[in-house]
Design a binder for this molecule. Structure first.
Ligand SMILES: CC(C)(COP(=O)(O)OP(=O)(O)OC[C@H]1O[C@@H](n2cnc3c(N)ncnc32)[C@H](O)[C@@H]1OP(=O)(O)O)[C@@H](O)C(=O)NCCC(=O)NCCS
Length: 208
């Protein structure tokens, strides 16, 4: 499938979502890759991961960029050579890029029961009170995605999801929330928006 959805977050930020319905060869034939990217992709163990990687290049090409415009820093954060901010996420059937004039982070996650088993390790459990099990799964996935997205903005070693990132009370129907990072004796505020795409949740964070 070509582009699945374009989501305009605000004047600065747009997210492009790809639903991966193609097989590996179909994607591979349509993208140009640097030698280093080809080598990296060949080392990936699963075809699903390779298709995620290739579909990100399809999204870049859709937006007028290509693999040669993308560079990674030593911690793995992607940057575009023209200075526009980019964040990348992929998960099984979907991949997404956000392009922005600000430093942004995105995360796409499949909603799975497992998130409730691991929730006490990464979030404050009061967020899940008085919700059905399905809504608990969705909300815990939003909170996980929020922490991943903020981590991707900051790109700093030592950030702990349960100890340093806190979400304010919110409802799933709000489609947005606020979060704080308490780290290195500073408090930073973030605006978070989220939405569902089939059985996935896409989260986008930026500094308030
Ligand atoms: C790096 C990390 C953010 C990737 O997230 P993920 O959900 O596993 O995978 P996603 O598909 O959403 O994101 C992967 C993309 O994030 C980007 N990324 C990787 N490292 C990054 C970093 N340090 N900063 C910003 N973006 C980064 C890359 O673009 C990568 O895709 P690509 O290499 O194919 O281009 C994640 O693995 C991580 O390290 N999280 C923090 C660790 C942590 O604290 N975990 C839980 C503690 S309770």
């Amino acid at each position: 499938m070509p582009l699945f959805k374009t989501i305009r977050i605000n004047n600065d930020t747009t997210i492009f979502l790809w639903k991966i319905t193609e097989d590996y060869n179909e994607l591979f034939c349509q993208v140009s890759l640097k030698d280093t990217s080809l080598a990296r992709m060949e080392k990936m163990k699963s075809e699903s991961h390779q298709k995620g990687f290739l579909s990100i290049r399809m999204l870049l090409q859709h937006c007028g960029y290509n693999d040669f415009d993308l560079i990674y820093d030593k911690l793995g954060k992607p940057h575009l050579k023209d200075g526009k901010h980019i964040s990348i996420s992929h998960s099984f059937d979907f991949s997404a890029i956000a392009l922005s004039n600000q430093n942004i982070g995105i995360d796409i996650e499949q909603v799975k029961e497992k998130v409730l088993r691991i929730a006490p390790r990464f979030m404050e459990m009061w967020h899940l009170e008085n919700l059905s099990e399905v809504d608990q799964m969705k909300k815990a996935t939003v909170i996980w995605g929020t922490k991943e997205a903020i981590f991707k903005i900051k790109n700093e070693v030592g950030i702990s999801f349960p100890d340093h990132i806190f979400e304010k009370p919110f409802s799933l129907s709000d489609k947005k929330c606020k979060a704080e990072l308490h780290f290195n004796s500073c408090i930073e505020n973030f605006d978070v928006s989220f939405e569902e795409a089939e059985n996935y949740i896409l989260v986008c964070a930026s500094h308030s």
